[in-house]
Design a protein around this ligand. Structure first.
Ligand code: DAH
Length: 358
């Protein structure tokens, strides 16, 4: 072959073979996309051996043309393959380097703050309110700074009642009963405020703070919490009161609980009673019982049928509606259920106490 070439010069086929045999080493030496571009231009470009052979095709002897053409095609294909695989390798390495440089650890832990919990008194309010909401009651609220009229007069409490003394109730303005202002001594005034603004039927519970001049001890706090209840409808009877409070007692203290009502006196209910629950701890069988001291019963709350004078004070007709009411101390019922021996622990803010009620 190459019969028209001078003897001392290698043939185009040999030249192409030489380029192909050197190609792997040259291509392998490239370490970047720029370098591979440069090697490509050197191997396949206009001034390369392959470029020159390609241009000379037209002037070759016709019988040499197919042989040189085939060799040119083969050399071009082999070099292109080598370039493509080297380029892929360089690009993959570059991508890997980029990913490693941009890597962020999305699993890094955030700074977690310690989680607190609601105070036992708030938990107790929520639980009791939930029980009554389940029975169809609405939640009502009223002011803590209250008129003597709502705290006493409208609740059928005579001017001579001992709780009206300045020594028993915290007055903000004391003197003429007509415009005395005080820190409410119970949540009962909200009964009156609600009925003044709503027609019967009424089914409400009123959680809130109450204030008395009591000295702090194991069973008294001057600022404490009550939950008031009031039901007024066209035929409310004493049995409704007992059934409702039994249901509450069973949900709050346990399904085995029984209740008893002892006659008592409150100005705003007639008849009035105190509700005791059976001791869920010892059932009356343990003289050292921390809950009932062996009595078998635990005093829980005050209640009764709404006094007709109270209904009249709000403009209701005691001849066509009747109702019952009750008021419980939140500190008291939580103390009974959880066996808390001293109410002061509620306000000590001792973390060891608070953590027991997560
Ligand atoms: N207000 C009363 C108290 O603080 C508790 C009470 C008793 C509320 C009888 C009532 C009730 O609604 O009917 O001691």
């Amino acid at each position: 072959m190459g019969s028209n070439l001078p003897r001392h010069m290698s043939s185009p086929v040999e030249e192409l073979e030489a380029v192909v045999s050197e190609a792997p080493a040259r291509i392998d030496g490239a370490t970047s996309v720029d370098e591979i571009d440069e090697v490509e231009a050197q191997l396949l470009g206009k001034d390369s051996t392959l470029g020159r052979v390609r241009r000379s095709m037209g002037s070759l002897d016709p019988e040499d043309r197919p042989v040189v053409g085939a060799a040119l095609q083969k050399a071009t294909a082999e070099i292109n393959d080598l370039l493509a695989s080297k380029r892929a390798g360089i690009e993959a390495a570059a991508e890997k380097a980029r990913l490693e440089a941009e890597w962020i650890d999305v699993t890094l832990e955030s700074v977690s703050l310690p989680q607190g919990s609601l105070h036992l008194i708030q938990q107790t309010i929520d639980e009791v309110v939930d029980i009554f909401v389940g029975l169809g009651y609405q939640v009502a609220a009223g002011p803590e700074a209250e008129l003597a009229y709502y705290n006493f007069d409208a609740l059928n409490t005579p001017a001579t009642h001992p709780s009206r003394l300045e020594s028993d109730t915290m007055y903000l303005d004391f003197g003429d009963p007509a415009d005395e202002v005080l820190l409410r001594a119970h949540t009962s005034p909200v009964q009156v405020r609600w009925m003044e603004n709503h027609e019967p039927p009424v089914y409400i519970v009123v959680p809130g703070k109450a204030y008395r001049t009591d000295t702090i001890d194991a069973t008294h706090l001057p600022v404490f919490h009550q939950i008031e209840g009031l039901a007024v409808d066209d035929d409310i009877q004493f049995s409704d009161l007992k059934g409702t409070l039994l249901q509450f007692a069973r949900e709050y203290f346990g399904p085995e609980t029984t209740v008893r009502l002892r006659p008592h006196f409150f100005p705003f209910t007639e008849p009035s009673a105190e509700l005791d629950i059976s001791c869920f701890n010892c059932d009356g069988n343990d003289l050292d019982c921390r809950v009932c001291s062996g009595a078998g019963w635990v005093e829980l709350l005050g209640c009764g049928m709404v006094d007709p004078n109270v209904l009249e004070a709000v403009g209701y007709d005691p001849g066509s509606v009747s109702g019952f009411a009750f008021g419980m101390g939140v500190e008291r019922i939580a103390q009974v259920r959880h066996g808390i021996s001293d109410m002061r622990t509620y306000i000590d803010n001792d973390i060891r106490f608070l953590r027991q009620f997560p």
